[in-house]
Design a protein around this ligand. Structure first.
Ligand code: FES
Length: 572
């Protein structure tokens, strides 16, 4: 063995402690030589029946383990808290940091030399990455892979994106309830995560871009045999990186994070990636600002023709060549000598990538959308610490806009009247929902793509300017300003807007402005009362007391920059 493994501090002892550490594991049928100094590869599994997007991860774990055995390592699988995006209340995002904390402690406390992270559903990959970053062991990722394309009445339908359309079709009488239920059966028809370019697909591509997931793996469908092949090969390589001691932070550098932001622009990825990448960077000790996202992504054209901003789905992306084609296409804009877990530079990884369908993956010479359609960061007196808007999903006509505010204190308040034909709203109005930020609605729910008023839908108007301190699903679209910081529940200016105030959105100049004087706002502030209530116990209290604002990645303040230590708190 080239290097003494970390796990040997548990297993090499010849006395009582060594006996205890080895003996119980031998109860699982392990032979003596399992503890001879070979790398122990942890397989951190977020499989759960509550998380259908991760349902194939049990089998994926088996293939990782095969690869580990084959390469002379010892695989030990263990469960990690799972986060079902579709079920968790108030929001799976509330628990991302808890999950990261759980994994961090498990990795630190156990005899693990390298780890393979198995995730898929939206917050599971980010939570895994953040937890692993804080321990800084050699790390790899296998994502669950996207579902096959949904099929409804001969058409391809995509998770999330088409649900929003079906909901509006039912509201306006264009779809029956029976058809709605039929579509429900047709959407999730195989294993894997959402197959639009939503948060899970985005984070899988990012895990590949930053070098932790094998090149070409992100887009392989969850039910394709090549996902299991990838898992097998990952198991083998996890043994190698343990021997080489190729740590998380050796692979995921600030250059890799910058690459991820650029690739996110090229794929039209989820706005959630902003929060996750910022939090991940923070764990690694990098102070990435919101402005960096704008600066890094601004010159990157959007190449990938996938829903929600385009036409196709992840299965098509895989057949067209997957993420390596995107990386090859924008190679000159990337830090091309960043390495992955195979020790290969990005340039080496993608040099042979072939584009099999230029309608799905367009080229820099003929992009789907020109540079400037990425995620833009706004400033102004309505969002002193920033807000974001996904331009590829927004109507260009609404990107320079002035309109009257129509304000709601919660999403529930808006939903109660959204179908009211007497609602005082027109296509120039600016819809606002507040109290939905990290603390106000713990975890910032994905409600930012506020529903369109029925009276406008019936007139064929499908988009309007909408503003909130919430997040939105990566599968959503619309001229939607998100992550307004500071959030209204702690007194951000969004708290002071009143019905009828004029709001200006000027994307070209990155401006979000409330046309009300400072003097008037100061008077309103005197009358403002925080809606936050005391939280007394549990993780919610920890979150409430320590969560950072959206412009800082919404991590817990005491976990930022606390990376690099794999030493147990109190060695036994
Ligand atoms: Fe799990 Fe979309 S709900 S990835």
């Amino acid at each position: 063995m080239s290097k003494k493994m970390r796990s040997q501090s548990w297993f090499e002892d010849k006395g009582r402690n060594g006996f205890i550490h080895r003996s119980w594991l031998k109860g699982d049928g392990l032979p003596d030589e399992s503890f001879d100094g070979r790398p122990v590869v942890g397989i951190a599994n977020t499989w759960s029946q509550l998380t259908p997007c991760n349902s194939n991860l049990r089998r994926v774990a088996e293939f990782v383990a095969k690869g580990v055995w084959e390469a002379g390592g010892l695989p030990l699988e263990f469960p990690v808290m799972s986060l079902p995006e579709t079920l968790m209340r108030p929001s799976s995002m509330l628990y991302r940091n808890l999950m990261a904390m759980e994994l961090e402690e498990q990795l630190r406390a156990n005899p693990i030399d390298s780890v393979v992270l198995l995730g898929g559903c939206d917050k599971t990959i980010p939570g895994l990455l953040m937890g692993a970053a804080s321990v800084n062991l050699p790390t790899m990722v296998v994502s669950s892979g996207p579902k096959l394309n949904g099929k409804y009445k001969g058409e391809d339908i995509g998770s999330g994106v088409d649900i929003w359309k079906f909901v509006d079709a039912v509201r306006t009488g264009k779809m029956t309830q029976e058809e709605f239920v039929e579509a429900e059966r047709c959407m999730a028809r195989s294993e894997g995560h959402c197959m639009t370019m939503a948060s899970a697909s985005t984070m899988a591509v990012i895990a590949e871009t930053i070098g932790l997931q094998l090149s070409g793996a992100a887009a392989i469908p969850g039910s394709d045999s090549r996902r299991y092949l990838t898992a097998h090969l990952t198991g083998r390589q996890a043994v190698e990186i343990a021997k080489q001691d190729l740590k998380f932070s050796d692979v995921v550098t600030i250059g890799a994070i910058e690459n991820a932001v650029k690739v996110n622009a090229a794929i039209g990825g989820s706005t959630n990636a902003v929060l996750h990448l910022q939090a991940l960077a923070g764990r690694l000790g990098y102070d990435v600002k919101l402005a960096d996202f704008d600066r890094w992504g601004r010159d990157v054209p959007m190449l990938l023709n996938l829903k929600p901003a385009g036409k196709y789905l992840m299965e098509d992306f895989y057949y067209a060549g997957g993420a390596p084609v995107i990386l090859r296409e924008i190679l000159s804009m990337l830090n091309a000598d960043e390495i992955n877990v195979m020790g290969k530079t990005i340039a080496e990884q993608v040099s042979g990538a072939e584009n099999h369908n230029e309608e799905v993956i367009t080229t820099v010479a003929k992009p789907l959308k020109a540079a400037g359609s990425a995620i833009a960061v706004l400033r102004g007196n309505l969002c002193p610490d920033g807000a974001i808007i996904k331009l590829s999903a927004a109507d260009p006509k609404l990107q320079q806009h002035r309109g009257r505010a129509l304000v709601f204190n919660s999403i529930e308040e808006l939903e109660a009247v959204i179908d009211d034909m007497e609602l005082d709203v027109d296509e120039n109005s600016v819809l606002i929902v507040r109290n939905s930020g990290p603390r106000g609605y713990p975890g910032m729910p994905e409600i930012g793509n506020l529903p369109m008023p029925k009276k406008l839908l019936l007139r064929g108007i499908n988009d309007m300017v909408r503003i909130s301190d919430a997040r939105m699903s990566g599968s959503s679209y619309g001229t939607v300003v998100l992550h307004v910081a500071p959030e209204s529940a702690i007194g951000g200016p969004l708290a002071l807007v009143e019905n009828g105030d004029i709001i200006e959105l000027d994307v070209k100049n990155r401006l979000l402005q409330l046309d009300v004087s400072d003097e008037v706002l100061a008077v309103r502030r005197l009358a403002w009362k925080s809606p936050l209530e005391e939280v007394e116990r549990g993780f919610l209290k920890l979150h409430h007391d320590h969560v950072l604002q959206a412009d800082q990645g919404a991590d817990l303040d005491f976990l930022v920059g606390n990376s690099g230590s794999a030493v147990p708190r109190r060695p036994f």
